[in-house]
Design a protein around this ligand. Sequence first.
Ligand code: KG4
Ligand code: ZN
Length: 340
Amino acid sequence: MSIILAIESSCDDTSVSICNNGEITSNVIANQTIHQNYGGVIPELASRVHQQNIVPTVTQALIDAGVTKQDITAVAFTRGPGLLGSLLVGVSFAKSFALALNIPLISVNHMHAHILAHFIPARSAGGDEPKPAFPFLCLTVSGGHTQIVLVKDFFDMEVVGETLDDAAGEAFDKTAKILSLPYPGGPLIDKHAKLGNPNAFKFAVPQIADLNFSFSGFKTSILYFIRKQEKVNPNFIAENLDDICASVQHSIIEILMNKLKMASKLYGINEIAIAGGVSANSGLRQALQNGAVDYGWKVYVPAFQYCTDNAGMIAIAGYHKFLKNDFADQSVSPLARMEF
Ligand code: KG4
Ligand code: ZN
């Protein structure tokens, strides 16, 4: 019997979730819109806004789940990786809460949690949604990470490929900045891409032999392409926005899917999942579904609300640690960089 309160504060979203015996009964997210004015997350501002939001978000999560503070049996929190000042707010709050109620603390790796979001119970008309079977491969794509992870068990994971420079989410966000779209640009590129032609413009896909990725040269090639076109037509972006977005998105998905195919062959694994903020992208979700038809993969796409940062994923990861009595002590501190 467990009722876990989980806190996520690694970047710019303050989120709190309650997990009641493995069921997510609330998942409240307070987004920070202030960063839109700056074209990216300003760490100093992010930690201050977490500080303002954390107590109201906890209060709301308790109300939504229909429980009180006294009902909580453990507190899970994101230890890292992330922005140190942001993590400090969540970690300090979690420690104080656990100390006050004399209940155990559970430390969660944010990247594990993105993957374990697949184990949040989801019911459709047909019954329980199938969950990935171990071992599976997960393409984990967010604003800070792009990795192919071999997931052997709940907390036994190995990164078998990763980006050598920018993350896939950064490729979306930096392209959006070039196009003068506000931060975070990924969802806006996705929206415009739905209206455009993915083959309107061709961008060079980086050629890297192993399972690693590189997006920095790709982003520069887009910048040079746009500058060149604007010399001929100053209204190039405005007149071609949908086609540019569709073409950029198409190329990013091609880069990601090529490596997934390579990993699937190399490891002989057909259980394939995606996770992280970029897994909310409609084109990537469709490409994965196509993989099921084209390569016989069993594919797993997280529920949309558990793709981008949320505490529901921290709560489910915390629940699986709770089942193993895997607790942290009160001397635990956040880690900006945290290995798998
Ligand atoms: O996992 P996440 O919420 O935060 C990090 O841990 O980084 O991922 C945020 C990233 C941002 O780069 C955002 O632009 C991207 O996910 N993103 C998307 C979409 N929704 C969020 N990228 C492409 N298409 C989307 N629909
Ligand atoms: Zn994340």
